[in-house]
Design a protein around this ligand. Structure first.
Ligand SMILES: Nc1ncnc2c1ncn2[C@@H]1O[C@H](COP(=O)(O)OP(=O)(O)OP(=O)(O)O)[C@@H](O)[C@H]1O
Length: 993
């Protein structure tokens, strides 16, 4: 089949592979390559971009048409580019034929002009520039090649670093040859001089190259897992399961530029997102099970294969969990060689090379939260690489950058300001996107029929779909697909995390019982002993922050060979032990928490205080890093009990355990547990848990300060608040949610930066829907996403305002939100600043404005709305009689969009605030705004950072002559000279420049 036919036949698949996930990065990278290879001319490229409003799918279709028309060679090149750019999961199932090898003869002749070089080297220039946009702009400004306005255009906060780099290249091209030369020279100068670099093998001792090979093969081996099943042991490679998770820079690189950009693995140790040039540590933080360890393993594997982290000669990988069990003091040399990889040759020579070339060494620490001590920089300063120190001291000094570069992963709870000071950058791992879930399921099930059925059941159960954003839950759901598909539609399928883990428990137990499957709910009773043994081990571990166990510890808890064979424990050979000591771990820490919870619920002889202890809120904890021993001397006996409880709560894993306890004590699982535990005992435990939850919530409510005069009563949720809400959700008892919410009296509920994803949204909606009076729900700067929005719908009727700034929401999420919002009487305000909205959502927003004549505020700043979207929005604005605030800051509606909006609003008798900041508005737009000013109720008008000239401002001045309501018109950053500003301010003091 020819390449042309392949493209035609697979148009749908190619389209969905390039568009799935909503990110244009795949398409843009394909375009970069096609331009570089000379398949597309500049004009062709432009046709896939113009008009700027084209949605991703439309642009992709445009490209497919273009290459098809260009003939078979172009199609071959397209397929080659596609194959090169997209990750495996996205190109699965696509037939590339054997025609997709790049035909180098088609490439451009060697470029002789700078502009041609920009095109020919586009893919590598994008890579090089994305971490140094600011530097490049500075040089272009200094040489007069760029104006400040050009710079602003490139640095639009909605752009990811790669998009900024492409925009920069396009802008430079439009400026001509000189600008292109300046940029190329800048790039050349930025490239690191090759001082003892990996490229120059001759300067690297043989010893190191051998050691590198050894490290590489050890890390490659670690990417293979051996799983025992009934039919024997199967080997699974990381390649077989890995799907890219969503990585996001935690903070903006500069205050004025709130980067929302998702980044790729390659940017983890690159320049992108650098906050502190002096620091050498990169932190990857993420909630439990979001895939931090897996991501590190992937990074290690790519390094071992030579496909990533090219700048590092040696990579040392450590697990804090394993290091925690090391009691001895070690030197850096011992840490590297004993705990990671033993050198076969001359150790001293190798170590000296490491010390002399720290820039070629990368150290990774997985699971900082699993160290028994919190990070501290106040302890012993340790700079001598051969001197011994306790393991935490050694790690903390490495993280402070006194020795070499490092990457560290951690759950966010334990990342404290002391550590942040030493971070080069912080990156959040946010789990799977909706598309990644699909890819994961498809990769997991080679039978497409099964994969489709699993995906279908997820679509029909959005609570479960929400859970699947956390990879570990996605893995369980995929693994237990038979149990999942076995749930009839009427039963609804798993809804809570506890449901998912119970499903897994049943799956593992029944997998072993293949010859004699217990029926109905008997499976747990059949395996009660195993559950109790493993539960005891798990609980002891959680209490002592211990996640690896020796055979002796297993024995102490009564764990038998048979229990081990159930598959919940995996064994790991301790790297430091030459004496072959085997350590056991639960498959995942959340599984350890689940078993600990199972033990608390099933064990009839447990201490009465077991449940209150695990529900102890975090603020009762001792200062982080404090040891049992230090507290012991100075406390009374009563305080000792409190201390015990506080210690138990110290680990975030205790909270996860408490969440599972709540779930297991839910009425829904009563019939299952009754076979193993007497009813009265279960009732007692359940009452205890409910009491703890209700006490915890009331403590929160009591802490709400009285509002100052004329301010709303507002509650800023503490992290424990979200956890308590999740526990209530796990219990699935509406009466508890109702009773709790009956006493909450606030007008505003603030949950910004609380790591709220779809799972938390499900729980929030479950509880908040019982609020007595509507509130403003502020969820800014979380990871709600489209699935989270859908989960929030049940509580929309009790939200008068919904704030969802920076939440990775797309048009689809907005469509669903509005569909429901229209039916909610109290719903009056929405803030959607910095999401992924395009013109495809404006028709829905217009519909909302038409339908809701009590709607007050619509804030859409920093999205991708263009003139076409503004025109659609205007349809709604024209028919609305209530809107007071309209924010469109940082979109690109231009003059045309401004005319449409101004026209639609010119008879508004309610609008008091309008922002069109940074929208490419020129004097034509200003003229339209002047007509709006004439007879409107507007009080504040924001037109900062546009391209309005004096002529445009004159229209506004004239309009203001007959208007008394307007108090201020902000015009900073437009195209006016200092003299013009002076003169216009004299004329109209309400203009602010
Ligand atoms: N990117 C991924 N691709 C495929 N599967 C993944 C991915 N990330 C995680 N998983 C699955 O989820 C499980 C848990 O992931 P992992 O242990 O990496 O999470 P974590 O964030 O390190 O959790 P914790 O904070 O509890 O240690 C893995 O064993 C794997 O099955």
């Amino acid at each position: 089949m020819t390449a042309q036919q392949l493209i035609l036949r697979q148009r749908g698949e190619l389209l969905s592979a390039l568009c799935c996930g909503g990110s244009s990065e795949g398409l843009e990278s394909v375009l970069d390559l096609l331009m570089a290879w000379g398949v597309l001319a500049w004009e062709d490229y432009q046709s896939t971009r113009l008009p700027g409003s084209l949605a991703l799918c439309a642009r992709t279709r445009e490209l497919l048409d273009l290459v098809y028309i260009k003939g078979d060679v172009a199609c071959r090149m397209f397929l080659a580019a596609f194959k090169q750019v997209l990750p495996d999961a996205q190109k699965a199932g696509i037939n590339f034929g054997n025609s997709c090898i790049v035909d180098l003869e088609v490439q451009n002749e060697l470029p002789c002009r700078a502009i041609q070089t920009l095109q020919a080297d586009r893919p590598s220039l994008v890579r090089k520039l994305r971490g140094s946009i600011e530097g490049a702009l500075e040089v272009l400004l200094d040489t007069g090649s760029f104006t400040p306005l050009d710079c602003d255009g490139v640095q639009l906060p909605v752009y990811t670093p790669s998009q900024q780099a492409r925009c920069l290249l396009d802008q430079v091209r439009s400026k001509g040859e000189h600008a292109a030369e300046v940029l190329l020279q800048f790039v050349e100068e930025r490239e690191q001089p090759p001082s003892p670099s990996i490229e120059d093998d001759r300067t690297i001792p043989k010893e190191c190259l051998w050691y590198q090979k050894k490290l590489q093969s050890s890390l490659s081996a670690q990417s293979h897992f051996f799983i025992s099943t009934n039919s024997g042991t199967i080997s699974l490679s990381l390649d077989d399961i890995y799907i890219d998770g969503h990585l996001e820079l935690a903070q903006a690189s500069s205050e004025s530029q709130p980067q929302r950009g998702a980044i790729g693995l390659e940017d983890l140790v690159g320049l992108v997102g650098t906050l502190n040039q002096e620091a050498d540590t990169v932190l990857i933080s993420g909630e439990p099970g979001t895939g931090k360890s897996t991501l590190l393993q992937r990074l290690h594997l790519l390094w071992a294969r030579g496909t990533a982290l090219h700048d590092f000669l040696l990579l040392f990988a450590f697990s804090c969990r394993t290091l925690s069990s090391e009691q001895r003091e070690l030197s850096l040399k011992e840490l590297l060689f004993v705990h990671c990889c033993w050198p076969d040759g001359d150790q001293d020579q190798l170590f000296q090379f490491i010390l002399d070339n720290p820039h070629l060494i990368l150290i990774t620490f997985d699971g900082l939260d699993e160290l028994k001590q919190c990070f501290s920089d106040s302890g012993q300063r340790h700079c001598c690489p051969t001197q011994r120190a306790p393991i935490p001291t050694l790690i903390f000094n490495l993280l402070q950058g006194s020795l070499m570069k490092g990457v560290v992963t951690s759950r966010p709870d334990v990342v404290r300001p002391a550590l942040r000071r030493y971070l080069r950058k912080e990156v959040f791992l946010k789990g799977f996107s909706p598309n990644a879930i699909k890819c994961f399921v498809r990769k997991h099930h080679s039978d497409p029929h099964v994969a489709n059925r699993v995906l279908e059941s997820l679509q029909n159960n959005t609570a479960l779909l929400g859970l699947c954003h956390i990879p570990v839950f996605c893995w369980i759901v995929s693994k237990c697909y038979k149990e999942l598909l076995g749930c009839g539609a009427s039963e609804g399928g798993p809804q809570t995390i506890t449901d998912v883990y119970l499903m897994m428990l049943q799956h593992f137990f029944q997998d072993r019982d293949c010859l004699r499957k217990p029926t109905g709910t008997e499976w747990l009773r059949e395996h009660q002993e195993t559950a109790l043994h493993l539960g005891q081990l798990a609980l002891d571990g959680i209490r002592g922050s211990c996640y690896t166990f020796t055979s002796t510890e297993l024995l102490k808890c009564g764990v038998t060979e048979n229990d081990i064979c159930m598959g919940f424990l995996v064994n790991r050979r301790h790297p430091s032990s030459f004496c072959n000591i085997v350590h056991y771990e639960f498959l995942h820490i959340t599984m350890q928490c689940f078993f600990a919870a199972l033990h608390i619920v099933l064990n009839n002889n447990l201490d009465r205080s077991a449940i209150p202890k695990i529900f102890q809120p975090k603020d009762r904890q001792p200062t982080p890093g404090l040891h049992r021993a230090c507290l012991g001397h100075c406390l009374t006996q009563e305080e000792e009990v409190l201390k015990e409880a506080a210690m138990a709560a110290q680990s975030p894993n205790t909270q996860i355990t408490a969440t599972f306890v709540s779930g297991l004590l839910s009425h829904r699982h009563r019939s299952l547990l009754l076979l193993s535990c007497p009813g009265p005992t279960l009732d007692k435990k359940s009452k205890q848990a409910v009491r703890c939850l209700s006490k915890g919530m009331h403590k929160h409510f009591k802490s709400i300060p009285q509002p100052v005069e004329r301010e709303k009563k507002s509650m800023h949720a503490m992290p424990d608040f979200v956890w308590l809400i999740k526990c209530i959700y796990e219990m699935q008892e509406r009466s508890i949610a109702k009773d709790t919410m009956a006493t909450l009296e606030v007008e505003h509920l603030k949950l910004t930066y609380c790591h709220i994803g779809p799972v938390e949204c499900t729980a929030l909606a479950y509880v908040l829907q019982h609020l007595r009076n509507p509130v403003g729900l502020q969820l800014d700067y979380n990871s709600v996403g489209d699935v989270g929005v859908e989960q929030l719908l049940p509580c929309l009727h009790v939200c008068h305002s919904l704030y969802l700034r920076s939440n990775n929401i797309s048009d689809e999420g907005i469509r669903k939100l509005i569909e429901r919002g229209i039916q909610c009487k109290s719903f009056q305000k929405i803030a959607l600043f910095n999401n992924r909205l395009t013109d495809a959502c404006t028709q829905h927003l217009a519909h909302l404005l038409k339908m809701k004549q009590n709607f007050l505020a619509l804030r859409l700043g920093n999205n991708n709305i263009t003139a076409a979207g503004a025109e659609q929005l205007a349809e709604g604005l024209r028919l609305n009689r209530s809107l007071r605030f309209l924010g469109l800051w940082g979109n690109s509606i231009g003059d045309k969009g401004t005319e449409a909006i101004a026209n639609a609003l010119k008879n508004s008798q309610t609008l008091v605030w309008l922002s069109l900041v940074d929208n490419g508005v020129g004097s034509t737009g200003a003229c339209a705004i002047a007509t709006l000013i004439k007879n409107s109720t507007l009080e504040e008008l924001w037109l900062t950072k546009n391209c309005i000239t004096r002529a445009g401002v004159e229209f506004i001045v004239q309009a203001l002559e007959s208007n008394t309501s307007v108090k201020a018109v902000w015009l900073r950053g437009n195209e006016l000279s200092a003299e013009e500003i002076e003169e216009l301010t004299q004329k109209e003091p309400r203009l602010i420049f």
